[in-house]
Design a protein around this ligand. Structure first.
Ligand SMILES: Cc1cn([C@H]2C[C@H](O)[C@@H](COP(=O)(O)OP(=O)(O)O[C@H]3O[C@@H](C)[C@H](O)[C@@H](O)[C@H]3O)O2)c(=O)[nH]c1=O
Length: 393
């Protein structure tokens, strides 16, 4: 990974569709481009409340603020106010989020025109390799937008990974006190540290109650850490009370602890400190791969089970997806067999199979991480690509 300090400007537009992944991905990219490449970064985001959940420094009532060197603009209805002088050298729209027509018009009035990229969502499906970096000329204006796809091989833009991330993780994991000290803030005691530690971040459709039943009846002690607001009724039912941060209960071999939603850097530490991570969407899914620990992915659901295709493409690609991990992941996503809901008995058997393989899966996860690192990092790849886009005056 190399760092190219520059004085270029970049505007990143983010519409929060739901949850925290859209802003999670954009905020991570903004920080990295600013910090590692010296890019003058403006992040336009339409939902400051969601942003604040992963970055407590955000003021939700502010039009313009600077956070960690990034200019954050509240994207509302500023359509009429743009002039060519407001336009950045590189304009990135996240996930085809339709940037304001006034901004596009101002882009067309710039000389030279800015580089315009659409940063797409992550999938392991092979069709993205044919679409990565493809141009899409504007039908009326003299502007061309290019598609930029994240991905798992060199025929894509790679994944987001900050310089020094792996070294920070290795230092954390080499320090015998680091995980214990970090988890102590969530009430995990020394005895809890001997249990299998699991973080649980998923959508409400996951068969959480069946998994809890399997862990509860299992032989090995499990401590499950669930961020506040995640897990719905299954968590409330297990606790026998409201699932607010600090709530916890033990039944059989399982202890469930509700933890606060932590800032993004601490979420990495949570993944590093646990033995198995349940993750979801796009950003936590990527971070789990940089944690190099066994993980189960709950993919963002789409109509007509389109997400099952994406899920299977990833499982076919990922080196760490052993037969047992694949079977449990498919069941967790309702994608096994004919998609019937799994019962506690099925899930207990699938969990036992995967649990027996955890040391192997952990080894493969490290290997997978090494493979991914060979693709470089998305921020650097994106800037390198932007340099190759021909200027159109
Ligand atoms: C649990 C937790 C997560 N996070 C962060 C990590 C990630 O940046 C973010 C969660 O994002 P994700 O994992 O992507 O899951 P997600 O489900 O929150 O987000 C998304 O999924 C995408 C596929 C969709 O496009 C989006 O519309 C969105 O739904 O929240 C924290 O900072 N602290 C926490 O305690």
């Amino acid at each position: 990974m190399h760092s190219t300090k520059s004085s270029i400007s970049l505007a990143l537009f983010c519409k929060v569709v739901d949850n925290y992944g859209d802003i999670g991905i954009c905020w991570r990219l903004a920080r990295q481009l600013q910090k590692e490449h010296g890019v003058a970064l403006t992040l336009w985001v339409d939902d400051l409340k969601s942003f604040r959940r992963i970055c407590p420094e955000v003021a939700t009532d502010c039009e313009t603020q600077e956070i960690q060197g990034v200019i954050v603009r509240h994207w509302r209805d500023q359509n009429g106010v743009f002039a060519a002088g407001d336009v950045a050298d590189i304009v990135v729209e996240f996930f085809a989020c339709d940037i304001p027509p006034g901004y596009i018009k101002a882009m067309s009035e710039c000389t030279p025109h800015p580089v315009w990229l659409n940063l797409e969502g992550l999938t392991a499906e092979t069709w993205v390799e044919g679409c990565h970096m493809l141009p899409s000329p504007h039908p009326q204006l003299p502007l061309t937008k290019y598609f930029f796809f994240p991905g798992f091989n060199k025929r894509t833009g790679g994944l987001q990974v900050e310089a020094g991330l792996i070294a920070r993780r290795e230092a954390f994991q080499a320090d015998p006190r680091a995980a214990a000290d970090f988890l102590a803030q969530f009430g995990v005691t020394e005895t809890g540290m001997d249990a299998l530690k699991v973080s649980l971040f998923c959508y409400p459709q996951a068969p959480i109650a069946a998994l809890f039943a399997a862990w509860q009846a299992g032989e090995r002690a499990v401590v499950c850490l669930v961020p506040e607001g995640v897990g719905g009724d299954a968590v409330t039912d297990f606790l026998g009370r409201q699932s607010t941060a600090g709530a916890h209960a033990t039944r059989g071999s399982l202890t469930v602890r509700v933890i606060p939603f932590v800032p993004q850097p601490d979420y990495d530490k949570l993944l590093w400190a646990c033995d198995v991570n349940f993750v979801r969407g796009e950003d936590s899914f990527v971070r789990a791969q940089w944690a190099a620990k066994p993980f189960i992915w709950h993919i963002y659901p789409q109509d007509e089970n389109l997400h099952h295709v994406k899920l299977k493409a990833f499982l076919n690609t990922c080196l760490a997806a052993t037969a047992s991990l694949t079977a449990l992941t498919l069941a967790w996503n309702g994608a096994a067999g004919d998609g019937d809901v799994v019962d506690a008995v099925d899930l207990a058997a699938l969990w036992r199979d995967m649990e027996a393989e955890l040391p192997d899966i952990a080894r493969l996860s490290t290997k997978w991480e090494q493979t991914l690192l060979e693709n470089g990092d998305l921020a650097t790849n994106l800037l390198k690509f932007a340099e190759t886009v021909p200027p159109r005056a």
